[in-house]
Ligand binder design. Structure first.
Ligand code: SF4
Ligand code: SF4
Length: 470
């Protein structure tokens, strides 16, 4: 029985409900009146439930599909404006006891070098990341209770926050590690993490079992119920995601939204972010071995429909996607991207060896190239980390986001953090382009008091001051 309020994965991700939703979507793919009614509801910015969203995803009426895309773009602008938040992944260890078939770090792969960063290595990696200009990291580590115990992750977080190189600082550490206990989530909260991210990979229980033949991650319920334990452990912001390309995308889409509805029903706060990775090639991993591959067009439709269904949830794409694909989904709803990423352990300080990557990167440009490309497209690259440092997390953040008021913080913070980047790290071309963009954007800050404050702070940043936020 489908029950969003239940704490049991079998009930909040109910297989029968998802199958019925898929049938509902198919049955109404050409139902102009219903699609129109759902679009009307979505225009009120209240979001959609998974069945309504399914109808939009399956919609096969060309002019209404155009409306879906243009509504997604409008919602993206209303809630997030033109700022795009930047982050980088940091791989701590590729030791792993699990057997995930889509990941080269699975324990039986003997081809790759196994590495775990020491605290000294972390200092080198983070210094290299700071010298690129990054302020926000996503920590990644395989699951290995002996080699990568929670104490190691906690020490790594403490080390990262303590590193200050020139004007650099990592101001927000998000964490993507294996499902754990309420007590351990409490320790992560105490360590000052931003968002706890855990990808479901696939919500289909049978496929999940096939793809995770052994290891703690093979326990579907333990994994799927992790976000509840995280929130009971005091973590306010959690990030969902599925690995598109493993199972049938329609199933994943409906289930992902069921999971978001569940978090809202139980905790009063939906997911802080949703990530939309697709399977990529890696050592021993061939995307064509999996049955659920999706085209760029389908990928764009998924992004647009998520944007419409959960307007208050940030959306993330990584360098798994090509420049062209990222360009398209940025305007449809993505609010956060990685740039200049290395997906191997130790890859920022040392030259990467191909077979140690968790996946092949499709966008290999440097951070500076990504920044100037974003600005050419009219986006404001942002290194903002203000919310969690100002205590705007969980329901406090959601209330601001749902009311659209968060934009009053995002836009000025984007300008101030971009300015820091330009002064400290940009190449001359990027610097020139960025200063011109800031001059233009400062004029559209609606509140005159805020505009004059930000103008002052921008001058102070030129003079050497750092870390202003609203
Ligand atoms: S996806 Fe994560 S848990 Fe699975 S093998 Fe890779 S590192 Fe280990
Ligand atoms: S103000 Fe908050 S929501 Fe906006 S970019 Fe900064 S951290 Fe993100």
């Amino acid at each position: 029985m489908n029950d969003p309020k239940s704490l049991k994965a079998t009930e909040f991700i109910d297989h029968e409900e998802i199958l019925e939703s898929l049938a509902h979507g198919r049955a109404h793919a050409r139902d102009r009146a219903l699609v129109r009614a759902i679009l009307e509801k979505a225009r009120a910015r209240k979001g959609l439930d998974h069945r309504e969203a399914m109808v939009l995803l399956d919609c096969a009426i060309p002019d209404l599909n155009e409306e879906i895309f243009s509504l997604a773009k409008q919602i993206k602008m209303d809630y997030y404006g033109n700022r795009i938040v930047m982050f980088a992944p940091l791989y701590l260890s590729n030791h792993c006891v699990n057997g995930c078939l889509y990941c080269p770090y699975h324990s039986t792969n003997k081809n790759i070098a196994r590495k775990k960063l020491t605290m000294e290595d972390i200092v080198r990696e983070v210094t290299a990341l700071q010298d690129m200009g990054h302020k926000r990291l996503a920590l990644e580590a395989g699951e290995d209770p002996v080699r990568n115990p929670l104490e190691y992750i906690l020490e790594a977080i403490q080390t990262i926050y303590s590193i200050k190189h020139r004007n650099g600082a990592i101001r927000r550490v998000n964490v993507n590690i294996a499902a754990t206990t309420v007590a351990n989530y409490g320790k992560l909260r105490d360590a000052g993490i931003g968002t706890y991210i855990l990808f479901q990979e696939t919500y289909n229980r049978a496929a999940y079992g096939r793809l995770h033949p052994y290891g703690p991650k093979s326990d579907y319920d333990w994994h799927t119920e992790a976000m509840d334990r995280a929130m009971f452990g005091g973590i306010d912001d959690v990030g969902l995601g599925v690995l598109f390309g493993l199972e049938l995308y329609r199933y994943e889409f409906a289930a992902l939204l069921c999971h978001a509805e569940h978090l809202e029903a139980v905790h009063g706060v939906g997911p802080h972010t949703i990530s939309v990775p697709r399977v990529r090639a890696a050592d021993g991993v061939n995307p064509s071995d999996f049955s659920g591959g999706i085209t760029d067009d389908v990928f764009a439709k998924i992004v647009a429909c998520i944007r419409i269904s959960v307007p208050y949830t940030g959306m993330i794409v990584s360098t798994r996607e090509s420049r062209e694909c990222r360009e398209r989904v940025l305007e449809l709803g993505v609010s956060q991207i990685s740039g200049g990423s290395r997906t191997s352990v130790g890859g920022y300080f040392e030259e990467e060896t191909d077979n140690s990557r968790q996946f092949d990167v499709s966008d290999n440009r440097s951070l500076d190239e990504v920044i100037s490309w974003l600005m050419e497209l009219g986006h404001i690259p942002s290194f903002c980390t203000a919310c969690y440092r100002e205590g705007r997390t969980g329901d406090r953040f959601m209330a601001l986001c749902k009311s659209g008021k968060i934009l009053n913080c995002c836009h000025p913070n984007a300008l101030m953090t971009l300015k820091e980047y330009l002064v400290d790290y940009a190449t001359p071309n990027t610097l020139e382009m960025g200063n011109a963009l800031i001059d233009k954007e400062i004029d559209v800050v609606p509140n005159l008091k805020v505009r004059s404050l930000v103008t002052r702070k921008l001058a102070e940043i030129e003079g050497g001051a750092r870390d202003f936020r609203i």
